[in-house]
Write a protein that binds this ligand. Structure first.
Ligand code: NIG
Ligand code: FE
Length: 396
């Protein structure tokens, strides 16, 4: 979801007049690597030069951003975009006191199975465009609303049209037709469904949640992840969302790249995440806490303890129907104790790490030219001006 081939054929582009360049390159003690009155040269889709505007080299095209802030495009490392229908009624009921238990996922599975390929393709394209219009330049997209061999493969094929970061989530819930026989569904997920999905996927994920009868136990989740790894996929885990549980422990044990939600963490979970901070990122999804009236995890405490954290939307029809990384950043600052700078780092370089990528999420020579501009002078405005559409990905 990055710069177009047409524009890349234009030669080099000088982006100048950058009032605040947030490189996220680690060159300052806070990691933000802020530069003022800076310029960036982009060529062939990559960053070719970064420095003071007064020393910028000539380029084929000049884009003057007139004192605005520029930062790495947001990396939304957790999203479920391949679905049809919505569950606004479920959200309204939740706001009236009905708790979330994952049962509504079946409603989205039925609507998604009933959608044509063209309908599904159009829905996903619209959601990806909505993200880009809010500054997201990389998105991870999960399957998980098909839950048959053909429907999961279809979801991943469509997702692959937008991103290399595709995730097989056949183990989202046990679908209704297998409700009486979980073992048979697990055989399907780890056998023929995985075989059909793996050619289109980079990752495998599982909803490991003993607090939901619809999701998977620790042992079931382990079998899904081990099978995915044998099929060549990297590991991601939905864990510790609805209550304390085994998700974090399992993710760390298996060397998963990310364990996502982390709403309910024990001291032992935090210790495990600290020990695994080079390998396993705790991806926080505060839009879910917002949309499910759950307690927000203490992101600032996790950072201070030494946990690697990321921020993502979890955009999905159930627990967070928001595609907005600026909204997530604002929530992380207001509700989870992060500074505006820490939240930007978690939404860029942190989420890039959770995808095991170092070519995105930072502005430095050789990285992808995924730049996001704010209609504001500073990254602070992302949370300061919450709800105002100031961020957009630059088309270079
Ligand atoms: O990440 N918890 C599991 N999966 C999604 C919600 C899916 C849904 O409710 O449709 C999540 O929160
Ligand atoms: Fe999710």
């Amino acid at each position: 979801m990055s710069a177009t081939t047409d524009s890349q054929e234009l030669g080099s582009t000088l982006v100048t007049g950058i009032g605040e360049l947030v490189t996220c390159d680690g060159s300052t003690p806070d990691g933000l690597g802020l530069r003022h009155d800076a310029a960036v040269v982009v060529e062939a889709g990559l960053i070719a030069w970064v420095g003071p505007a007064a020393q910028a080299p000539a380029a084929d095209r000049v884009v003057d951003v007139d004192g605005r802030a520029v930062l790495p495009g947001f990396v939304d490392s957790h999203a479920h975009l391949v679905f049809a229908g919505d569950r606004g009624d479920e959200f309204a009921a939740r706001m009236a006191g009905t708790p979330y238990d994952g049962g509504g996922i079946g409603v989205s599975v039925a609507a998604t199975r009933a959608a044509s390929d063209d309908q599904l393709r159009a829905l996903v394209a619209a959601r990806v465009a909505e993200m880009r219009a809010q500054g997201t330049t990389t998105v991870e997209i999960k399957s998980g609303y098909g839950l048959t061999v053909a429907d999961e493969a279809r979801a991943l094929r469509i997702a692959r049209e937008h991103t290399p970061e595709t995730t097989f989530l056949g183990a989202h819930v046990v679908p209704p037709e297998h409700a009486g026989d979980r073992a048979a569904y697990l055989e399907l997920v780890t056998g023929p469904m995985l075989a059909a999905a793996a050619p289109h996927a980079k990752w495998v994920d599982v909803f490991c949640e003993p607090h939901s009868q619809h999701a998977f136990t620790e042992d079931e989740a382990r079998s899904v992840l081990v099978a995915g790894r044998q099929a060549g996929l990297g590991l991601r885990v939905h864990g510790n969302q609805l209550g304390h549980g085994p998700g974090v422990r399992l993710a760390v044990e298996l060397g998963a790249a990310s364990v996502d939600h982390c709403t309910f963490l024990s001291a032992a979970d935090i210790e495990a995440l600290v020990g695994a901070s080079d390998t396993t990122v705790a991806t926080l999804l505060p839009g879910v806490e917002f949309s499910t009236r759950s307690p927000y995890p203490d992101a600032a405490g996790l950072l201070r303890a030494g946990v690697s954290i990321a921020l993502a939307t979890d955009c999905n029809p159930g627990t967070c129907y928001s595609s907005s990384m600026p909204f997530v950043i604002a929530l992380a600052v207001r509700e989870m104790g992060l500074t505006p700078g820490e939240a930007v780092l978690a939404a860029t370089v942190g989420s890039a790490k959770s995808l095991r990528r170092n070519d995105i999420g930072r502005i430095e020579v050789g990285a992808r030219a995924d730049l996001t501009m704010l209609d504001a002078p500073s990254h602070v405005h992302l949370s300061y001006r919450a709800g105002v559409p100031i961020a957009r990905a630059l088309d270079l």
